[in-house]
Design a protein around this ligand. Structure first.
Ligand code: FES
Length: 98
């Protein structure tokens, strides 16, 4: 890892995160769900993580918009690492919030 990357990662506090959720959102070619549905799902995710205090400064769950997770059915689709559990219909069952 380059020094610059290490510096940025440290600044973001990435070493503290326990889970990372990737949500298919605003894809260039939305195939798993309508773009509007993916954007609503993203906004819900952000609000819910904040409400449950799983974001800064606690930094327990990191979230990333994915352009497409290549499993383009029944979306919005999400995957949570390190478990590697996939969710469809993003009604994410939020097991990570328990
Ligand atoms: S467009 Fe959502 S997974 Fe491919």
């Amino acid at each position: 890892m380059s020094d610059e990357l290490q510096t940025i990662a440290a600044k973001l506090g990435l070493e503290k995160y326990r889970r990372h959720i990737f949500l298919c959102t605003d894809a260039a070619e939305p195939k798993c769900a309508p773009r509007e549905a993916t954007l609503r799902s993203w906004e819900f995710l952000k609000a819910r993580l904040k409400e449950l205090k799983l974001t800064e400064p606690n930094s327990l769950v990191y979230r990333t918009k994915a352009n497409c997770l290549r499993v383009c059915v029944d979306g919005p689709v999400a995957v949570v690492y390190p478990e590697g559990v996939w969710y469809d219909g993003c009604c994410i069952k939020w097991y990570l919030l328990n």
